[in-house]
Design a binder for this molecule. Structure first.
Ligand SMILES: [Zn+2]
Length: 88
């Protein structure tokens, strides 16, 4: 059995979703927050990325937490570490 991976719901190419780490950017607020190493599922055919609701909520929390910081511009945060990797 090699069909354990869920099939892509977006494309009709028979793609499967594989676990990867991606970079997500939240540019909707004053401080642009780039989060690296976000766990996601990526279609091996069309490249569509999917994140779980749980991860999406965590991304929102991370982005919220950066809005009050003194820095402006772009902040880079590692999803696993929750620390600011770079700011500028
Ligand atoms: Zn696909």
């Amino acid at each position: 059995m090699n069909e354990q991976r869920p099939q892509c719901a977006v494309c009709n190419l028979g793609g499967h979703l594989v676990d990867e780490r991606i970079t997500e950017t939240d540019a909707s607020r004053a401080v642009i927050v780039v989060v690296r190493h976000v766990p996601a599922q990526v279609c091996d055919r069309c490249g569509t990325t999917t994140i779980t609701d749980e991860v999406a909520e965590e991304l929102a929390r991370i982005a919220d937490a950066q809005q009050g910081s003194a820095v402006s511009g772009t902040v880079v945060v590692d999803f696993d570490q929750r620390h600011v990797a770079a700011a500028g």
